[in-house]
Design a protein around this ligand. Structure first.
Ligand SMILES: *Cc1c(COP(=O)(O)O)cnc(C)c1O
Length: 426
């Protein structure tokens, strides 16, 4: 059936490694040829064969308003018409910084970059520069972009420093990163007891969205805050995914925990390349040109990209926006869970704000080890059946999903009905 998609994928593989510019797009995990999209409007996307899908990926999170929101598109067009980039300050960057600091009380100052990866990489350099320490703590299953210090997996024991999790990452660098289990307070305490005075920073996804969705326990977030404070380590909330996705004050507002530094991306660019890192003034003042920690970018704070982000952030401030998004996302999870239960399929689902996790296992997982027990073959079957029925979920059992404000109750009901038919034939 999908001739044009397959032809494009074949052509793409000639000059692009794997045919894609980011690996998960290649459908390797679920099999088959990826869909090439030609258009997106509201909650729907259209592929190269003219097939339309309800989209639960939303460009992996940024499109909280759905595709091609008229006000976002207009902001981009008007800004672009006045020049694409200056490599000099523009007022719109100041507007963006002011708005971010107003919306997130933990930000005294913020710097704009062009991706989430740059934001986390820079925040870590800053934390190391500020503390004069090298060691980092991260958690298994959390993804913080593809910079060297963060592509690290656990060492031989959980309290030993890590090993590279990618070719091309020097072991010398991985050696500064300790990889611990998510939601494991005892292990975190043990790590600080042993290495506390060496730890520059703890970086965490306050709701994990990169091993499917794993929610934090209140004790875990609180332990992280207390241990960082006591040991003079910088607590970095990587809110690239959760920022303005789970609520109006991101995960930090949702759970009531204040990090020292926050990284942002995805929603704050509204579909254009914008990232940011910010936090306490005394830390942020260590960044060049005020301080000794170097960080720069030719296209940082690009006015066209920032215009899309600013328009998006203004629209999500409408009263009731997150209540409605949260309600619809929960309705999707509850509907899918009930449909699976009616047909005896081992399945669970949960949501936080506008992000959700679907699991082919009886209960929602709380750690990477539990996520790994999900039935991957069952997910792949579900994925392809839903794709054929016109519902586009992330092409991997280990990714979170996203609902946008453009999804209507009828869209959610249509997806639940399609899933019911899939589970019935299970
Ligand atoms: C997507 C993501 C990143 C990386 O952002 P890019 O814009 O893809 O570089 C970092 N951290 C988290 C939590 C993310 O979800």
């Amino acid at each position: 059936m999908s001739n044009r998609n397959e032809q494009l994928f074949e052509r793409a593989q000639r000059h692009i490694p794997g045919g894609v510019n980011s690996p998960v797009r290649a459908f390797r995990s679920v099999g088959g040829a990826p869909r090439f999209f030609v258009e997106g409007r509201g909650p729907r996307v259209t592929d190269a064969d003219g097939r339309s899908y309800l989209d639960y990926v939303g460009s992996w999170g940024p499109l909280i308003l759905g595709h091609a929101h008229p006000e976002v598109v207009r902001a981009v067009q008007e800004t672009a018409a006045r020049g694409l980039s200056f490599g000099a300050p523009t007022e719109i960057e100041v507007d963006m910084a002011d708005l971010l600091c107003e919306l997130l009380p933990s930000l005294d100052m913020v710097r704009l970059v062009s991706s989430g990866t740059e934001a986390t990489m820079s925040a870590i350099r800053l934390a190391r520069g500020y503390t004069g320490r090298d060691a980092l703590i991260k958690f298994e299953g959390c993804y913080h972009g593809h910079s060297d210090s963060l592509l690290v997996k656990a060492g031989s024991g959980m309290l030993t420093f890590g090993n590279p999790d990618s070719g091309g990452v020097p072991a010398d660098l991985a050696q500064h990163t300790l990889v611990l289990a998510y939601n494991d307070v005892a292990q975190l305490e043990a790590a600080f007891a042993e290495h506390g005075e060496r730890i520059a920073a703890v970086i965490v996804e306050p709701v994990v969205g990169n091993m499917n969705l794993v929610a934090p326990t209140a004790e875990f977030l609180k332990a992280m805050r207390d241990l960082c404070t006591r040991n003079g380590s910088v607590l970095i909330f990587d809110e690239v995914m959760t920022g303005f996705r789970v609520g109006p004050q991101c995960a930090q507002g949702h759970y009531g925990i204040t990090p020292d530094l926050t990284t942002l991306g995805k929603v704050i660019g509204g579909g254009m390349p914008v990232g940011a890192f910010g936090g306490k003034r005394e830390i942020m003042e260590k960044i060049a040109p005020l301080g000794p920690v170097y960080q720069a970018g030719t296209l940082s704070g690009n006015p066209v990209a920032v215009a899309a982000g600013l328009a998006t952030l203004r629209l999500v401030q409408q009263p009731g926006f997150y209540a409605d998004l949260t309600r619809k996302t929960k309705a999707l999870c509850d509907g899918l869970t009930a449909a699976a239960a009616r047909h005896g399929v081992a399945f669970s689902a949960q949501s936080v704000g506008g992000m959700f996790g679907l699991y082919f296992r009886a209960a929602c997982p709380t750690s990477y080890a539990e996520v790994m027990t999900c039935d991957k073959d069952a997910f792949n079957r579900f994925f392809h059946a839903m794709l054929d029925a016109g519902h586009y979920f992330a092409p991997s059992a280990f990714e979170a999903g996203f609902v946008s404000a453009a999804h209507t109750d009828a869209d959610i009901a249509a997806t639940v009905a399609a899933a019911e038919a899939v589970f019935k034939a299970w």
